[in-house]
Design a protein around this ligand. Structure first.
Ligand code: C2O
Ligand code: CU
Length: 477
C-alpha cells in the first residue's frame, strides 16, 4: 500500500491552498494578504465561474475520516472531504452560487451564518425543506457586507456540526485592516468515546450545559504549529464553531488589537489582552510578532458560564512561535469608517425571555423563549424599514449566546448601562440574569427568520423563535 507522506508547508511563503492535499475544489485565494497556517489546514473553494463578480462553487457534505493529529482520526461528516470545509472567499457585491450536494445518509441544509441572504437561501427551518440524502440544492445570493462569517447545517445541529460540518466565509470590502498576512482560525472542541470516535449525545448534564469536549482543535487539528516573524502584523479571523464552548482567548497575556467583531471593521480598534468568543461568534485580531525566539501560548482561559458549565483551568490551543527575518513594526492600526447608532425613536418594542427547566416527568431539559419551546414559541412580527428594539432577558443562571438570522443588530445597553460604541453584531453573549437591549432594522428581505441560543443542545431543546418580515405591500393602485 502506498503511504501518503505528510506535507510540509513553509508558512508565510506559500498561500495556504498550496499546502495540504490538492483537491478539485481548491484554488488560490482571490485577494488580500496571502493567508497562511496554522499548518495550512484550510483550502479555498474553487471559483468555477470566470466572471469577475460571480463566485460559483461546489460543496458536498459526505461522511469521511477526520485527522485530528498524525495517527489520530475519527469518523466525521465533512464538506468536500475536509474539516473545516473549504473557505468561501468573495468580495462585497459578488453573487455567490453554491451547488450543494447532500451525500450524507440524513437530511441537511446549509446556513450562511451572518450573511444577509434572501430568506429562501438561509438554510434555516421555515426557509427551506432539508435537502434529502442524495439531493441537491443551489444556493444563490449576493454578499453585501465585509467580514468573517461561516456556514453550517441547521438540521440536527449537535450531531452534524459536532461531527465536522462547518466552514468559514471571508468577504472583503473597501476598508480592510492592513496586515502582512491573514489567517482564518476555526475553534472547536470534541468529546471522544472509548473507541476514539466522536461520542454520542451525553447525559442530562451535557444536555443541560451543552457539550464541551477535552480535545481542542484549531482548523480541525490538535495544536497546529503557528509562526510569526518579528515585527510582522498578522490578521487573525477567528470563528467559534464549538457546540457550547466559550473561548476566553489569550496570547500568553500579550497585548493584541481587536479590529472587528461579527460584521466587519470597527471604527476604533481596541488594545486587549483577552477576548471572549461565545459559540457562533467571530472576532478579528491584529497580532504583532515579538522578538525572534519568543513563543506565546494561544490558550482558552478559565470561564464560568453558569451552573458549573465552562472551563475551570486554562486549555492550551496551540503555540505561536516568532521566527524568521525581522520586519519593520507597524504603528497602531487605523479603524474603519465610523458607525452611527440606529435611531430608535418610535421603534417597535419586544421583550424576549430565555428560560430553562427540567421536566420532572420526562426528565428532559426544556429551554424556552417567552415561556414556550420551539416550535410553539409565538412568532414576532416585523416590517421592512421599521426599527425593532428588543429587550433580551435571561431568566436563567446559565449564559445563552443569542443569534439572530438575517440582520445585524446593535447592542444598546447591558443591564441598563448604555454601551459606548455601536458595532453591528449577529451573535452576542447573554450572561446569567442579564438584560440586554438590541436594535435593528429589517431591509426588504421578507420571510421567516430564526433567532436562537447558539448552544447547539439548547436550540435543539427549544430555545429558538421566529421573526416574520412580511412582503411590503405594493403601493400601485
Ligand atoms: Cu450559526 Cu441559526 O445559526
Ligand atoms: Cu442556551
Amino acid at each position: 500500500m502506498l503511504k501518503r507522506l505528510p506535507r510540509v508547508c513553509f508558512a508565510g511563503l506559500f498561500a495556504l491552498s498550496h499546502c495540504g492535499d490538492a483537491g478539485p475544489t481548491e484554488a488560490p485565494p482571490r485577494g488580500g494578504p496571502a493567508p497562511f497556517g496554522p499548518e495550512a489546514t484550510l483550502t479555498v473553494l474553487r471559483d468555477d465561474n470566470p466572471a469577475a463578480n460571480i463566485v460559483e462553487v461546489s460543496l458536498e457534505a459526505a461522511p469521511g475520516r477526520w485527522t485530528l493529529s498524525p495517527g489520530r482520526t475519527v469518523d466525521a461528516l465533512m464538506y468536500n472531504g475536509r474539516v473545516p470545509g473549504p473557505l468561501l472567499e468573495a468580495r462585497v457585491g459578488d453573487t455567490v452560487v453554491v451547488h450543494f450536494h447532500n451525500a450524507l445518509t440524513v437530511p441537511t441544509t446549509v446556513h450562511w451564518h451572518g450573511l444577509r441572504v434572501p430568506a429562501s437561501m438561509d438554510g434555516g427551518p421555515h426557509s427551506q425543506d432539508p435537502v434529502p440524502p442524495g439531493g441537491r440544492f443551489t444556493y444563490r445570493f449576493v454578499v453585501n457586507d465585509a467580514g468573517t462569517f461561516w456556514y453550517h447545517p441547521h438540521v440536527n445541529e449537535s450531531r452534524q456540526m459536532e461531527a465536522g460540518l462547518y466552514g468559514a466565509i471571508v468577504v472583503r470590502g473597501a476598508h480592510e485592516p492592513a496586515a502582512d498576512v491573514e489567517t482564518v482560525m476555526m475553534l472547536d472542541d470534541l468529546t471522544l468515546d472509548a473507541q476514539g470516535n466522536i461520542a454520542a449525545p451525553g447525559d442530562l448534564v451535557e444536555q443541560h450545559g451543552g457539550r464541551e469536549g477535552p480535545v481542542a482543535v484549531v482548523n480541525g487539528r490538535s495544536a497546529p504549529p503557528m509562526t510569526i516573524a518579528p515585527g510582522q502584523r498578522q490578521r487573525w479571523r477567528i470563528v467559534n464553531a464549538g457546540s457550547a464552548r466559550f473561548y476566553r482567548l489569550s496570547l500568553g497575556g500579550q497585548t493584541f488589537w481587536q479590529v472587528a467583531s461579527d460584521a466587519g471593521a470597527w471604527a476604533t480598534p481596541r488594545a486587549l489582552r483577552e477576548v471572549l468568543l461565545v459559540p457562533g461568534d467571530r472576532v478579528e485580531l491584529l497580532v504583532d510578532g515579538p522578538a525572534a525566539g519568543a513563543s506565546w501560548g494561544v490558550e482558552n482561559l478559565a470561564y464560568d458560564r453558569g451552573h458549573g458549565a465552562g472551563l475551570r483551568s486554562p486549555m492550551a490551543l496551540t503555540t505561536l512561535v516568532s521566527e524568521g527575518p525581522a520586519m519593520t513594526p507597524r504603528s497602531p492600526p487605523a479603524g474603519g469608517p465610523p458607525t452611527r447608532w440606529l435611531p430608535v425613536e418610535g421603534a417597535h418594542v419586544e421583550t424576549v425571555r430565555f428560560s430553562e427547566r427540567i421536566n420532572r416527568e420526562t426528565e428532559a431539559v426544556e429551554f424556552m423563549v417567552n415561556g414556550r419551546q420551539y416550535p410553539d414559541v409565538p412568532p414576532l412580527h416585523g416590517q421592512v424599514g421599521r426599527t425593532e428594539r428588543w429587550t433580551l432577558v435571561n431568566e436563567s443562571e446559565m449564559e445563552h449566546p443569542f443569534h439572530l438570522h438575517g440582520f445585524f443588530f446593535q447592542v444598546r445597553s447591558r443591564n441598563g448601562v448604555a454601551l459606548a460604541d455601536p458595532a453591528w453584531e449577529d451573535t452576542i453573549q447573554l450572561r446569567g440574569h442579564e438584560t440586554v437591549e438590541i436594535a435593528f432594522q429589517p431591509d426588504p428581505r421578507p420571510g421567516h427568520w430564526m433567532y436562537h441560543c447558539h448552544i447547539l443542545e439548547h436550540v435543539e431543546h427549544g430555545m429558538m423563535g421566529t421573526f416574520i418580515v412580511p412582503e411590503t405591500p405594493s403601493r400601485d393602485p
